[in-house]
Design a protein around this ligand. Structure first.
Ligand SMILES: [Zn+2]
Length: 58
């Protein structure tokens, strides 16, 4: 299991359709899209990470 270098929380790495790796929180959440579709997914870790500013400095 990977851990965030910024805050130490356990994260998963997911590959985007563009082939880039994206860190996400482990928890799976259920959301409804604007089209009314119910989908399960992860929250991007940079959305919840208290150290997220480190990711934006690139
Ligand atoms: Zn973090």
């Amino acid at each position: 299991m990977a851990k965030c270098k910024g805050c130490g929380k356990e994260i998963e790495w997911i590959k985007t359709p563009a082939g880039k790796a994206m860190p996400v929180d482990i928890e799976v959440i259920t959301v409804v899209t604007a089209k009314g579709e119910v989908v399960k997914g992860h929250i991007p870790h940079w959305a919840t990470c208290p150290a997220a500013q480190q990711f934006k400095k690139k």
